[in-house]
Design a binder for this molecule. Structure first.
Ligand code: SF4
Ligand code: SF4
Length: 255
């Protein structure tokens, strides 16, 4: 449950519907949201006059997902678009994706998985026959730095990428390009050295921005985002040119 404190108008409507006393009005004017008492039922979102409460995510069946997708199928056939599952990490729900994508392929709808790659290979195997495109994250080439930046090493990620490359699926590498974290020439050269040995369609550098910072606050999570500026176009071009020198079809996500 996200709480956007700056939107709260102190109306107190949420306290009427909250069954766990997670919503409190102090002295009838100051609103408090006690996150640890919240069971994420979503009731307060429906009555919140300030739109300060927002429930992210809900359970859905394959049938419900297909119904929603098919409502827009006319647009897919006109634009060549399709369905991309992302997250979080969508492959943690590989069993769901397997069934959903089987149904989508019956309707000739394009399918894509946006993954960080840090899951057992068996999860990839479950969906491989039904995926048209993998959007695959590389955050850093050095496993120690990767662990410092993300909390996990990159061995499994790179191992899965090599297997995926051998499976002849279409792959687009995505790299969040973060000044001071992974934008140095040595890192880009090492990524180029790896990718030139693999079969990938292209690599997109995604310029860092800090728009998610308010989301961390709303969810009561520690803000671990780097305190750096977005990279300049020159910084992106420099990295792209290095990657192109390895024969990689590299582009900027800002274009
Ligand atoms: S989501 Fe449900 S439990 Fe949580 S604060 Fe709102 S009403 Fe209370
Ligand atoms: S219902 Fe929304 S706006 Fe009203 S007090 Fe609760 S959180 Fe604030």
């Amino acid at each position: 449950m996200a709480y956007y404190q700056h939107k709260c108008i102190g109306c107190g409507e949420c306290t009427r519907v909250c069954k766990t006393s997670a919503q409190i009005m102090v002295m009838e004017k100051e609103h408090l949201y006690e996150r640890l008492k919240c069971v994420h039922c979503g009731a307060c979102e429906t009555v919140c006059l300030g739109e300060a409460m927002k429930l992210f995510g809900h359970r859905i069946t394959v049938e419900e997902a297909m119904k929603t997708v098919l409502e827009d199928s006319i647009f897919y056939s006109a634009s060549g678009g399709g369905v991309t599952v992302s997250g979080g990490e969508p492959l943690l729900h590989a069993d769901f994706i397997q069934i959903l994508f089987q149904e989508l392929k019956k309707k000739n709808i394009h399918t894509a998985v946006d993954t960080c790659g840090n899951v057992p290979w068996a999860y990839f195997e479950m969906v491989l026959p039904f995926v048209d495109l993998f959007l695959y994250d590389i955050k850093h080439i050095d496993t120690k730095v990767h662990k410092t930046l993300t909390g996990a090493g990159n061995e499994l990620i790179l191992d899965n990428l090599k297997r995926l490359s051998a499976s002849a699926n279409h792959i687009e590498i995505r790299m969040p390009f973060v000044p001071g974290c992974n934008d140095d020439d040595d890192t880009i050269h090492r990524i180029g050295e790896l990718l030139k040995t693999l079969f990938i369609d292209r690599m997109k550098l995604l310029p860092y921005h800090s728009m998610a910072r308010t989301r961390y606050q709303a969810l009561g999570m520690e803000d671990t985002m780097p305190r750096v500026e977005s990279p300049t176009d020159e910084m992106l071009s420099r990295a792209i040119n290095i990657l192109k020198s390895y024969g990689i079809n590299a582009i900027s996500g800002r274009d």
